[in-house]
Design a protein around this ligand. Structure first.
Ligand code: NAP
Length: 341
């Protein structure tokens, strides 16, 4: 149903957009793959700090142009929209480069390192009257939209608790962005942000935050447990880690039942729905034509078609609230990025 809706939306879109990718790393590959399923997205330019890398990436995914610097790409008048896929430590700088060249921007999560940087990015979007959105792709996934529907409908009573985790065993490579503090290393900004996003969408901002963090030999945060409390007595129990695997599920507990997003909750094909007095039942979704990133990219083009500079699905206020929570979690846990904070 959702995929049908996506197709119908795409058919009504007018313009073809020239997409550029900034930073040809791992997520850029998946995103480029998903752009291909969108008829109004043209894979136009790949930009890397290395021309050889940009050329290889462009060749592999069928981009028309390859640039050996981000600046050269930003100077190309034919680029309409840039997907920023660099480490979080560089999101602010890279976003400013693109916005100041009047390129629409879809910037990966975490949107930046801290709230100060997010404010600078939003100011640049407004000053340049140019579109900017955080690439929080799970916001658009059919399974997550269904969970939000169930919460808002009240059919299971009031939502009381969210329990969510995201952990995997990331090889310890000190210079890798997962562990390198200079690149925003740590599980929190990379994957802990998903459970936090779930709790934010469910309850809004917490009034109480308690954490416990464990650190890697580089000093980066490796594992973090978070307990959030809300004014109405609701609670959230969340964790993330690069040190071990977890089932990566999200469970929403209501007065009269629960909904569970199965492993992996950021890409589930089914939900478990249970109402007190009834049998558990699965809610199954169609297989996605891509990895799931095409929904956010389609939404960006829809916004651009409508002349918007801000998304109503991921408005600036949502990114601001999310980063504010991340800042508070970091403060409680003692996680510091000396080059940014
Ligand atoms: N939405 C999702 O599902 C998802 C999944 C994974 C990651 N992400 C997010 O996407 C971003 C990138 O993650 P990734 O896993 O793709 O990382 P990655 O494989 O390390 O790629 C990052 C790319 O950024 C560029 N870069 C620019 N400055 C850099 C620097 N000083 N050091 C290293 N690389 C630099 C590099 O591209 P060039 O060498 O080509 O310039 C590099 O290939 C992160 O913010 C992450 O949180 C999102």
């Amino acid at each position: 149903m959702f995929i049908l809706q996506l197709q119908l939306k795409l058919e009504t879109m007018s313009k073809t957009y020239n997409w550029a990718i900034l930073g040809c790393g791992k997520i850029a590959q998946k995103f480029a793959n998903d752009l291909k399923v969108l008829p109004n997205a043209k894979l136009y330019a790949a930009a890397s700090r290395s021309l050889v890398k940009a050329e290889a990436f462009a060749f592999e995914f069928g981009f028309e142009k390859a640039y050996g610097s981000y600046e050269e790409m930003a100077n190309d008048p034919a680029v309409d929209v840039v997907y920023i896929a660099s480490p979080h430590s560089h999101h602010c700088e890279n976003t400013l480069l693109c916005l100041n060249h009047k390129k629409a921007v879809l910037c990966e999560k975490a949107f930046a390192i801290n709230s100060k940087e997010v404010a600078i990015m939003i100011e640049a979007s407004r000053r340049n009257n140019t579109f900017l959105m955080e690439a929080f792709w799970t916001r658009f996934l059919p399974s997550f939209l269904k969970v939000l529907d169930i919460i808002r409908s009240g059919e299971l009573g009031a939502l009381k608790m969210v329990r969510a985790d995201f952990a995997f065993n990331a090889e310890y490579i000190p210079e890798d962005r997962n562990y390198n503090i200079a690149l925003g290393g740590g599980s929190l900004l990379d994957i802990g942000i998903y459970p936090i996003f779930m709790s934010l969408m469910a309850f809004g901002k917490p009034t109480e935050i308690k954490t416990m963090a464990k650190f890697s030999p580089t000093g980066s945060e490796e594992s973090i447990m978070m307990s959030f409390g809300y004014p109405g007595g609701e609670i959230a129990s969340l964790f993330s880690s690069f040190g071990f695997y977890s089932s990566t599920q999200a469970e929403f507990s209501f007065e009269n039942g629960f909904v569970r997003m199965n492993k992996h909750f950021h890409i589930p094909t089914s939900l478990v729905y249970w109402k007190n007095g009834e049998e558990e039942k699965p809610i199954v979704f169609e297989t996605d034509p891509g990895f799931g990133y095409e929904h956010e990219a389609a939404h960006v083009m829809e916004c651009l078609d409508a002349g918007k500079t801000e998304s109503d699905m991921i408005p600036f206020s949502l990114s601001v609230d999310l980063m504010e929570i991340l800042d508070r979690v970091r403060k409680d846990a003692g996680i510091v990025y000396p080059e940014h904070d």
